[in-house]
Ligand binder design. Structure first.
Ligand SMILES: Nc1nc2c(c(=O)[nH]1)N[C@H]1C(S)=C(S)[C@@H](COP(=O)(O)OP(=O)(O)OC[C@H]3O[C@@H](n4cnc5c(=O)[nH]c(N)nc54)[C@H](O)[C@@H]3O)O[C@H]1N2
Ligand SMILES: Nc1nc2c(c(=O)[nH]1)N[C@H]1C(S)=C(S)[C@@H](COP(=O)(O)OP(=O)(O)OC[C@H]3O[C@@H](n4cnc5c(=O)[nH]c(N)nc54)[C@H](O)[C@@H]3O)O[C@H]1N2
Ligand code: SF4
Ligand SMILES: [Mo]
Length: 856
């Protein structure tokens, strides 16, 4: 028997509806939910391949104390005792929670209530600090409340979309598809502002590859350019906005196009084109994400963008809004419950009347009265011993925090570390004294809120595996053991949700836009059948009233911070088909095909300067640390600027560790780290040999050599390696079986394959002159029942070329295949390539890449 369950994708903040149909014990068929307003049935590559990530391999299924399995009672007693002891001895601020935009609203609510109402500290922060806290600060400064005014329909209705610091085609692909549709349907113009020529930028009408960090200058310049063109809305400002004295005069005096062009390192003509586009398109949406937020001037950048919308009255109207897009599936839900150290609860801050109000609602025993430590400061406090017990839930800070080496040292020195996760072996989990197994997507039950304020249900379709439990329940059990059983006595997530809704409505009187009164009293049945529901208006502030005491928005006078002198700088970010520290996407062979290794992307001039060629290994070093990456030379980078991905961990490679590199400098208002701009040096790493290893099955290896990186492939794993000395030691990594070996001393090559009953179990190919065959044909032999003769040639008899790097993950189509078809069949459009090869016709995530191949 199988039945379809409507749930929500666990990856990005687009919040797509998913229909899951269970087909076996741990197997499920995934489809987009045609009735969900966020995606209307579409899914990107990550959503499409969710079914490949729900197996139980690698799951944490039992509580662990140290390396020993423990019972829940024993583990929960220990956590409660150690937290209580630290609080008794050193006060409430000696403990902390570090949580995540990937837990459900119900989990978040319980964690926040426990820390701020019963432990009595503000020390609960979240990975959302690293993600969109600058947008939160900017919203509060401009609107008086952290409210995203827009909805996705605004993208369908805009005539101009400006993407700032957002690689939308890769990171929010279903929003990207809506943008593509709007361009087709109504000719919407697209401007992309990003120092890199991403696949998103490649598709734009205008790409402004600005100097990193210069966004404030750019948007101040835009405002001045609009003023000069008479494109500001004086009536709107007079009625609804507080404009600082002298602000407009200063704009006219300080921002001529030539000086803005110089600051931003852009052509004046491109700036004029940008100003003209904005001046002539009242329906403008400015969508922004990490190129704005993850900056030591992130809040100012966001306010510079919002200023433009306030000055033109382009807010609260169809197709017109500043739109901060969220990264994680429930980043927004976390903001709603108030799970950031700098907020209290339900869009209230730590003002005395709010502390009193929330305290009465919770019947709190010990209210926090001031904000707690923000993530970077919080881990510093762990490091210097002020925090003596920390509970980390659904995030991997040993990888994802800036200066992750210092975070590791802090965790290693901390007297008591608890980690709640779904994965048994994570880089952070290795520092835990206690590990608690959580329910994963497909098992957990609750709500999430997406970027456009739509609350959707995540519904379970698998039973809880092993002894895994919902995070909210684990938190409530610990609260009960600390003596707060009554306040934490819910029996279902519906009861937690109801309490959260009641707090948002409590003594609200229209002072907070966030008011979930319509969702109070749903009961178990109403909660079970809850349809996606947006809170607030479709367009907030449509009436021109903001959440400030006088109802007016605030324009903020922001000035461009000085930009550092000319050194090589490092930018970090995401790959299309991987999610963060790869604990789930890394399990999917299809998703792993897009980029199998962590690459250092650098401009050809820099490659020449540092003596690097495509495929070399290079060490990137910053003041904080160093790590090794594979070199990819590309003119999509500006000179003297390099890019690396954030996804690789100690579990997936010895290099590629982006988190070790950025420093701990943060935005002074939001506390968000400046992940995108770090001074770096680079040097070639020469090794005596290169190798790759193919292994059947999912077991992982952590080889001892200069460099390695591993990826899931169909039927097994691929490991790329490089090292010095005798490579024969690598043969110990091969499984047992019948061995075939070929050695070519002249070329310094060694090739070994292991067969069992004729089936390939593993293969090791080593070369000293760099001449290794393509991997794909050998990987395909893992799926054959009999390995072919001539296996050690590494390619099919007679074959000379492989299909190239995989472009379309859904239909497994490589770049060479696409290029050959384009040439042979004279294909000129993405649609024609789709008709010929199917590539790009399912999730659509690879369409920008196909367009680039056609252009080439
Ligand atoms: N495939 C995939 N999708 C994801 C995620 C994932 O891990 N993988 N994670 C999700 C999460 S949590 C988040 S937060 C989002 C992030 O989504 P995005 O913000 O789109 O992703 P990033 O790659 O971090 O950075 C975006 C761009 O900012 C640019 N940038 C760097 N510095 C500057 C600057 O000074 N000014 C400007 N204007 N741009 C700059 C970078 O070059 C980069 O291309 O993605 C979400 N979606
Ligand atoms: N250099 C650099 N660093 C960055 C960024 C960058 O652009 N550059 N981006 C930052 C941003 S925006 C983000 S959002 C962070 C993301 O960084 P992290 O939050 O550290 O990354 P994830 O891999 O998503 O970690 C989630 C963990 O939670 C587990 N998990 C999943 N679901 C559940 C659940 O329901 N319950 C529990 N208990 N565990 C669960 C997963 O197994 C995984 O171990 O990285 C930040 N770090
Ligand atoms: S865009 Fe992709 S990753 Fe994001 S919610 Fe939708 S299907 Fe999931
Ligand atoms: Mo994020």
């Amino acid at each position: 028997m199988s039945c379809a369950v409507a749930t929500t994708c666990p990856y990005c903040g687009v919040g797509c509806g998913v229909v899951a149909t269970v087909t076996g014990e741990r197997t499920v068929q995934i489809a987009g939910d045609p009735t969900h307003p966020a995606n209307a049935g579409r899914l990107c590559s990550k959503g499409t391949h969710l079914g490949e990530t729900v197996g139980l391999e690698g799951r944490l299924l039992h509580p662990m104390i140290g390396d020993a399995r423990a019972g829940w009672n024993e583990a929960l007693d220990l956590v409660a005792d150690r937290f209580a002891a630290a609080i008794a001895e050193h006060g409430p601020d000696s403990v902390a929670f570090y949580v995540s935009g990937q837990i459900l609203t119900e989990d978040y609510y319980v964690a926040n209530k426990l820390m701020k109402g019963f432990i009595g500290s503000g020390n609960i922060d979240t990975n959302s600090r690293l993600c969109m806290s600058s947008a939160v600060s900017a919203h509060i400064r401009a609107f008086g409340e952290d409210v995203v005014p827009a909805c996705y329909e605004d993208l369908d209705q805009a005539d101009l979309i400006v993407l700032v610091g957002s690689n939308t085609a890769w990171c929010h692909p279903i929003i990207w598809q809506r943008i593509e549709a709007a361009r087709t349907a109504r000719g919407t113009k697209l401007v992309v502002i990003d120092p890199r020529r991403t696949e998103t930028a490649d598709m734009a009408d205008l790409h402004l590859a600005l100097r990193p960090g210069s966004d404030v200058a750019l948007f101040n310049g835009l405002l001045a350019g609009l003023q000069a063109r008479g494109a500001l809305d004086a009536d709107y400002m007079a009625a609804h906005v507080v404009v600082p004295d002298g602000f407009r005069a200063a704009l006219a005096a300080d921002f001529d196009t030539a000086s803005t062009a110089a600051t931003c390192d852009l052509a004046a003509s491109d700036l004029e084109a940008f100003y003209n586009l904005v001046a002539t398109h009242p329906r403008t949406v400015t969508l922004f994400s990490q190129g704005v937020n993850q900056s030591t001037q992130g809040t100012d950048k966001a306010n510079a963008i919002i200023n433009v919308h306030l000055a033109t009255g382009r807010i609260g109207k169809p197709g017109a809004a500043p739109f901060s897009i969220t990264g994680q599936p429930n980043a927004m839900g976390g903001r709603e419950v108030g799970g950031l150290a700098s907020t209290l609860a339900a869009h209230m801050d730590f003002a005395a009347d709010n502390v009193d109000r929330v305290g009465r609602f919770w019947v709190a025993q010990r209210m926090a009265t001031t904000a707690g430590l923000k993530a970077v400061d919080l881990f510093k406090a762990v490091g210097d011993g002020r925090i003596r017990a920390i509970w980390i839930i659904a995030t991997n800070p040993a990888v994802s925090m800036p200066d992750a080496g210092a975070v590791r040292a802090a965790l290693a020195a901390c007297p008591f570390v608890v980690v709640s996760d779904v994965t048994a072996d994570t880089d952070t989990g290795r520092f835990a004294h206690v590990r608690l197994p959580a329910l994963a997507w497909g098992e957990k039950d609750g709500t999430v809120t997406n970027s456009e304020r739509i609350i959707s249900r995540q519904r379970p379709f698998f039973p809880a595996p092993g002894e895994a439990r919902a995070d909210w329940r684990t938190l409530a059990d610990v609260a009960a053991r600390m003596g707060h059983g009554e306040a934490f006595g819910w029996t279902t997530p519906a009861e937690v949700f109801d309490e959260h809704c009641r707090l948002t409505a409590f003594e609200n009187h229209g002072t907070r836009s966030l008011n979930l009164a319509p969702l109070i009293g749903l009961g178990e049945d109403g909660y079970a059948s809850l349809e996606p529901t947006r809170w607030g208006q479709d367009r907030e502030f449509a009436d021109g009233r903001f959440s400030t005491p006088d109802g007016r928005a605030r324009m903020i006078a922001v000035t461009q911070a000085p930009l550092a002198a000319n050194t090589m700088t490092l930018n970090t970010g995401r790959y299309r088909d991987q999610w963060h520290t790869m604990s789930r996407t890394g399990l999917s062979p299809r998703l792993s095909q897009h980029r199998r290794e962590p690459l250092l992307e650098i401009h050809p001039d820099d490659a020449t300067r540092y003596g690097l060629v495509e495929g070399d290994l290079a060490t990137v070093e910053t003041a904080q640390g160093k790590s090794v990456f594979r070199v990819a030379v590309t003119d999509a980078q500006r000179p003297a600027e390099a890019f690396v991905p954030i996804h690789w961990t100690d579990r997936t490679g010895s290099g590629g560790r982006a988190g070790l590199l950025p420093g701990g400098a943060v935005d002074p208002l939001s506390g968000q780290p400046g992940f995108k701009l770090t001074a770096m040096t680079v040097s070639k790493l020469a090794t005596e040999w290169r190798a790759f290893l193919i292994l059947r099955g999912t077991s992982t290896v952590e080889p001892d050599c200069v460099w390695w990186a591993t990826a899931a492939v169909p039927g097994g794993r691929l490991v790329e390696l490089a090292g010095d000395g005798d490579p024969a030691v690598l043969e110990t990594l091969l499984p047992h079986g019948e061995r075939m070996t070929a050695v070519d001393p002249a070329r310094g090559s060694l090739r070994t394959a292991v067969l069992v009953e004729g089936r390939l179990q593993g293969a090791l190919f080593v070369a000293r002159d760099g001449s290794l065959p393509g991997r794909d044909w050998l990987i395909a032999q893992l799926s054959e029942s009999v390995a072919p003769v001539g296996l050690l040639a590494g390619r099919a008899p007679g074959a000379t070329v492989d299909r190239g790097a995989i472009v379309c993950a859904c239909f497994d189509v490589g770049a060479r295949t696409i290029l050959t078809a384009i040439a042979a069949q004279s294909l000129t459009t993405v649609a024609e390539v789709g008709a010929a090869l199917s590539a790009g016709t399912n999730c659509g995530s690879c369409r920008p890449a196909i367009a680039r191949l056609i252009a080439a």
